[in-house]
Design a protein around this ligand. Structure first.
Ligand SMILES: NC(=O)c1ccc[n+]([C@@H]2O[C@H](COP(=O)([O-])OP(=O)(O)OC[C@H]3O[C@@H](n4cnc5c(N)ncnc54)[C@H](OP(=O)(O)O)[C@@H]3O)[C@@H](O)[C@H]2O)c1
Length: 266
């Protein structure tokens, strides 16, 4: 056991992208249910405020780790920092992610490469680093925030949809690989959620980016409960579960045409 775990006696959940949206709401679920939390994002002041609020409200310990996860060395640095502070990660939440909207050839290359890094490379790297330790201990939980975008190709958000398909595929594969090692892996696949995501992805003028959305709190609740129940894939809300089923039954050529329509700027 780490010092921190010995001191508090509580499990720790590490959440990437914890300063806003789904990540913040997920971190709050863990805090509310008696976990210490390690909060990762770039906005240090925001993370400090959230940490202070959670500690006051839930009587847990909240660690702040401010860093830009798009930097190539960030996963290794995060892992070293966590180790250095003597924190044992019992739950890894790979939540950080960004989107880009527009024509593939017109979106700046660096933005799409950063997106691939944050949505696919960073979760893979962190899962290697922290997953190995979980396997050694014979216990642990990993939550990967994917999306219903994983279920079909997404013209005009091509890299985003592809990155979420990767996230879901990796997550489901690891569910099977780690099943007998005491480590559960869960993919959370929400439909549209009201967060900072739409503004950042410059998609507020698209049907997808301006339609009805779930709250981050409802999505986080479903994600937390699914993770604790050891589910492989969690799709919050019956409406999106039905939509996911219909997408499976729809020819791929039709599904991608429909996706192009909801991703197009008006
Ligand atoms: N919103 C949706 O409709 C929706 C639907 C399905 C799935 N998802 C997925 O849910 C996850 C969370 O999205 P969200 O909607 O909650 O987005 P959000 O509100 O934009 O929050 C993104 C979080 O990631 C952090 N972040 C962004 N770039 C970072 C970087 N380079 N380094 C470190 N942290 C960074 C942000 O904090 P800082 O700015 O402080 O760094 C923030 O905490 C993503 O994986 C997304 O793909 C979202």
């Amino acid at each position: 056991m780490s010092d921190a775990t010995r001191t508090t006696g509580r499990p720790t959940a590490l959440v990437t992208g914890a300063s806003a949206g789904i990540g913040r709401a997920l971190a709050e679920q863990f805090a509310r249910h008696g976990h210490d939390v390690a909060l990762v994002a770039r906005r240090e002041g925001t993370l400090e405020d959230i940490a202070a609020e959670f500690e006051r409200r839930y009587g847990i310990t909240a660690h702040v780790l401010a860093m830009d996860l798009a930097e190539p060395d960030a996963p290794a640095e995060l892992h070293a920092e966590i180790d250095g502070r003597g924190i044992r990660v019992d739950v890894l939440v790979n939540n950080v992610g960004i989107g880009t909207q527009g024509t593939f050839t017109e979106i700046p290359t660096e933005r799409d490469l950063d997106q691939l890094r944050l949505n696919a490379v960073v979760p893979t790297h962190l899962t290697k680093l922290f997953g190995r330790k979980m396997v050694e201990r014979g216990e642990g939980k990993i939550l990967n925030v994917s999306s219903t975008a994983a279920f079909q190709p997404g013209p005009l958000m091509a890299v985003y949809y592809a990155s979420k398909a990767y996230s879901l595929s990796l997550s489901e594969a690891l569910t099977e690989e780690l099943r007998d090692e005491g480590v559960t892996v869960t993919a959370l696949c929400p439909g549209p959620v009201r967060t900072e995501f739409q503004e950042r992805a410059e998609m507020t003028d698209t049907p997808l980016g301006s339609g009805r959305m779930q709250s981050p709190e409802a999505v986080a609740r479903a994600g937390y409960e699914g993770l604790m129940a050891g589910e492989a894939v969690v799709i919050p809300s019956p409406q999106y579960r039905l939509l996911a089923l219909l997408t499976k039954l729809t020819p791929r050529s039709v599904a991608r045409t429909l996706a192009k329509r909801i991703n197009a700027s008006r």
